[in-house]
Design a protein around this ligand. Structure first.
Ligand code: ADP
Length: 191
């Protein structure tokens, strides 16, 4: 089994690249952001709780997010592996994921981080906000909050996997195709 974590700040292109990588490596794409938006669309209790955090640019509590992720993994026992996009976003989420995957003898294979400068992230997210319908993309102060939360709470996830020699960085600026090739080179080396 192959378990890839596609990592990087909001607006770094994780969703775009994950969509291409799942085809190449025949993996199941799990985006916690997409899962929350589906729950919000269906107005489930989980969705309503998540929305109150997402609209502010804050993280949804680990207790909610970890359970949701675990259910999704358990619901797909026959896949070749997963691409995790937007998870783990905190060290406790990383510990939960490791505990959970190691217990199934299917550890994380690699984490690949897309590196993009802040000003480029802000431009991309404001541009996406014009058409995405996402409230968290429409407001510059919410975007800045998401980037700050990433630095404070999510960046340590990189160090957590670097300590296991599983973390790599890739330049996330360029054409979609160029970045995709850079990711494939790194992933192929770790397989
Ligand atoms: P982006 O990477 O562009 O911020 P996502 O779709 O990955 O977009 O996430 C949108 C929002 O959903 C986040 O700002 C956060 O509020 C919530 N979210 C997504 N994944 C997680 C997670 N693993 N832990 C906590 N909150 C999350």
């Amino acid at each position: 089994m192959v378990n890839l974590i596609l990592f990087g700040p909001p607006g770094s292109g994780k969703g775009t690249q994950a969509a291409k990588l799942v085809e190449t490596y025949q993996l199941l794409h799990i985006s916690t952001g997409d899962m929350f938006r589906a729950e919000i669309g269906q107005q489930t209790p989980l969705g309503l709780e998540a929305k109150s955090y997402i609209d502010k640019g804050a993280l949804v509590p680990d207790s909610v997010t970890i359970g949701m992720l675990q259910n999704k993994v358990d619901a797909n026992p026959d896949v070749k592996g997963f691409i995790f996009d937007g998870f783990p976003r905190t060290v406790p989420q990383s510990e939960a994921l490791d505990g959970f995957l190691n217990g199934r003898n299917n550890p994380v294979t690699a984490l690949v981080m897309l590196e993009v400068p802040d000003d480029e992230l802000i431009n991309r997210l404001l541009e996406r906000g014009k058409t995405s319908g996402r409230a968290d993309d429409a407001d510059e102060s919410v975007i800045k909050n998401r980037i700050q939360v990433y630095k404070d709470e999510t960046n340590p996830v990189f160090d957590y996997y670097a300590a296991q020699n599983k973390a790599e960085k890739v330049n996330g600026v360029g054409s979609i195709e160029e970045i995709y090739k850079r990711l494939c080179e790194v992933i192929d080396r770790s397989l």
